[in-house]
Design a protein around this ligand. Structure first.
Ligand SMILES: NC(=O)c1ccc[n+]([C@@H]2O[C@H](COP(=O)([O-])OP(=O)(O)OC[C@H]3O[C@@H](n4cnc5c(N)ncnc54)[C@H](OP(=O)(O)O)[C@@H]3O)[C@@H](O)[C@H]2O)c1
Length: 111
């Protein structure tokens, strides 16, 4: 992506607020170790990977919390533990499901 000047951006940096994201024990443990919230740990991890994040919140306190992620750093071990949560599939959108991909792209197949 760097070669072609493309910036990677997170689709939903907080998993769109669902999927049990905020209850994840690994994220919660790392959050406790840094005295931060799970949301802050998730955003910090993405930022450390140079992925742009635009988290959405309608609550001013959470907006402030989501911005307050530039004065701490996750260790390599913490980054590895979070990477270990990858299930290999998206919880938000199944890119292997032809129906979903067709819907997203607005593609029409005439028969
Ligand atoms: N996902 C998509 O399909 C899509 C499509 C086009 C554009 N976008 C853009 O992508 C960005 C990401 O948006 P998104 O809404 O999809 O996903 P997201 O940012 O991953 O998640 C937003 C959810 O997390 C909650 N939240 C935010 N900060 C929190 C915190 N500190 N603690 C606990 N919960 C928190 C929000 O609830 P509250 O609001 O109640 O705080 C909301 O339910 C937005 O800028 C959006 O406009 C997304």
């Amino acid at each position: 992506m760097r070669e072609y000047g493309v910036q990677h951006e997170s689709w939903g940096p907080l998993a769109e607020g669902g999927q049990g994201f905020f209850d994840d024990p690994v994220l919660a443990g790392i959050a406790r170790a840094h005295d931060r919230s799970v949301a802050q740990i998730a955003l910090r991890r993405l930022i450390q990977r140079e992925i742009v994040v635009i988290p959405k919140s309608v609550r001013p306190a959470r907006m402030a919390e989501n911005l307050d992620v530039f004065d701490f750093r996750l260790t390599d071990d913490e980054m590895t533990r979070i990477a270990g949560l990858d299930t290999g599939r998206s919880h938000i959108f199944d890119h292997h499901d032809p129906e979903k991909v067709t819907w997203l792209g607005g593609v029409r197949f005439d028969t």
